[in-house]
Design a protein around this ligand. Structure first.
Ligand code: AMP
Length: 457
């Protein structure tokens, strides 16, 4: 049933020794893992908000599949002879003895879900996007982690090259909306049959140069010759420049598909580069292959930001009927790294409508409720209810860019009022405590030139 996964058996939980119990060592982050701290959160939100808005504009619906899948899914789709499956998956036998893996990528998971939920009977193509954590046990370095986040877009059920062009446009638009300039590297890897002939030519080319290859490439030559082309070692890169190019091996149908794609890209005036070394190296790719790189010559990470292409045979490989498809995925960490390296300021936090400040325990209790009432009325509200000093609370209100502050002290409690302070000019007015929402709304609306409609950007 299950073919053999990279084996690791689930060990029973280990009881800490007496020594460990008495002198607990500081527990640290696992190697290759990364905490995403609050100071980075605005960058992450910027990326994910942009992804969501692009996805909605282009008609993609969200899908989330489990992080744990049957190991066979990845063996069959990504391919047994790839680095990912061979070396990088977190695989183990679970308590029931099933061979499972933490997902190293998501095209396979989305394709499984498409089949399992009968999405083939929906109007085609089905356009899905996802956003979540992935796991690869590789050597950690800046921009490469063992848990990382990807955003991905998949279009399943359509072979037309306009889909490929639109996906590439979408990737471009995503980075343009983030104010990041990128370079698009485009190629075609053809039908698996054309590729077999090409692989033979590649092996012939490299066989005479085998001694010059790095150790990894020597292995690739035996198992996955396409991957020789995207080795990062300098001398291997030099050799790859003279290697045969796959476009010369494309059959007529594949060549025509590729030409049509390039025509669409030209008509969009997208700045793409034809790059015969973009091969992606996973078994499921066919025809279009592309990568998204940071713009050359500009400061920033040199690692690729994302990649994708067509996978017309994947659904079939997983047991479905022939279903062409295409997609791409980008890493969030590398995108955030690039935003920071290009010294883009994180988007400033949203301005608060009002900050609630209080003096004394009675007032604190009333403000606990007032906060929730105003929030439900639709205002953005700030507070620091555990603090006691008004000065300190108003400083926090300033830091959080509150438009107004409401101050409830002893006198206001007795009078059934509250102070409403304009944080820009410091002018304070006394308003009826029962009418806080009304009074606040009146003032906020007065500040907008056309009532509730915000001014044009
Ligand atoms: P891939 O699935 O290998 O084509 O990766 C697509 C994108 O995911 C890459 O371009 C990276 O941005 C990101 N990515 C892949 N592996 C890692 C990793 N180990 N750490 C951080 N980001 C990664």
């Amino acid at each position: 049933m299950n073919s053999k996964p990279p084996q690791q058996t689930a060990a029973p939980p280990v009881e800490p020794s007496a020594e460990e119990k008495s002198a607990p060592k500081g527990i640290q982050l696992l190697r290759g893992m990364k905490d995403i701290l609050p100071e980075d959160a605005p960058y992450w939100d910027q990326v994910t908000d942009t992804v969501r808005s692009i996805a909605a504009a282009y008609g993609f619906q969200r899908i989330e599949t489990p992080v744990l899948e049957e190991t066979n899914l990845f063996i069959r789709s990504v391919g047994k002879e790839t680095d990912i499956v061979e070396k990088e998956m977190f695989s183990f036998a679970d308590q029931s003895g099933d061979n499972v893996s933490l997902r190293p990528e998501n095209t396979a998971g989305v394709a499984r879900a498409y089949l399992e939920h009968g999405m083939v009977s929906l109007p085609q193509p089905v356009k899905l996007f996802y956003l979540g954590p992935f796991f690869r046990h590789n050597r950690p370095q800046a921009g490469r982690y063992r848990q990382f986040f990807q955003i991905g877009f998949e279009v399943i059920g359509e072979a037309h090259p306009i889909i490929d062009a639109q996906l590439i446009l979408l990737a471009y638009a995503l980075y343009r909306d983030l104010d990041l300039s990128i370079s698009l590297q485009v190629n075609s890897v053809g039908h698996p049959d054309c590729r077999r002939e090409y692989e033979k030519a590649l092996v012939d080319f490299y066989r005479t140069r085998k001694n010059e290859l790095c150790e990894d490439c020597k292995r690739r030559l035996q198992r996955n010759p396409l991957r020789l082309l995207d080795c990062k070692v300098e001398h291997c890169r030099e050799l790859a420049a003279d290697a045969p190019q796959i476009v010369d091996y494309l059959c007529d149908a594949d060549r025509q598909h590729f030409m049509q794609l390039l025509e669409y890209l030209d008509s969009l005036e997208l700045p793409y580069t034809l790059n015969p070394r973009i091969v992606r190296g996973l078994d499921y790719y066919s025809r279009t292959a592309f990568e998204i790189w940071p713009q050359e010559g500009e400061p920033g990470s040199q690692q690729e930001l994302g990649g994708g292409g067509r996978y017309d045979y994947l659904i079939e490989t997983l047991g479905g009927r022939p279903t062409p498809a295409a997609g791409f995925a980008c890493g969030i960490e590398r995108t955030v790294l690039l935003l920071k390296e290009r010294q883009q300021a994180p988007p400033s936090p949203k301005q608060l409508d009002v900050f609630i400040a209080q003096l004394g325990d009675q007032a604190r209790k009333k403000c606990l409720k007032l906060f929730e009432e105003l929030r439900r009325e639709g205002f953005s509200v700030g507070e620091s209810l555990s603090k006691s000093g008004i000065k300190q609370q108003l400083e926090i209100a300033n830091r959080r860019r509150a438009r107004y502050a409401m101050i409830l002290g002893q006198k206001e409690l007795v009078d059934g009022t509250i102070l409403l302070r304009d944080m820009e000019n410091g002018i304070q007015e006394v308003v009826d405590f029962q009418k806080t929402a009304l009074e606040l709304r009146k003032r906020l609306e007065r500040q907008k030139p056309n009532g509730l409609i915000p001014p044009p950007a």
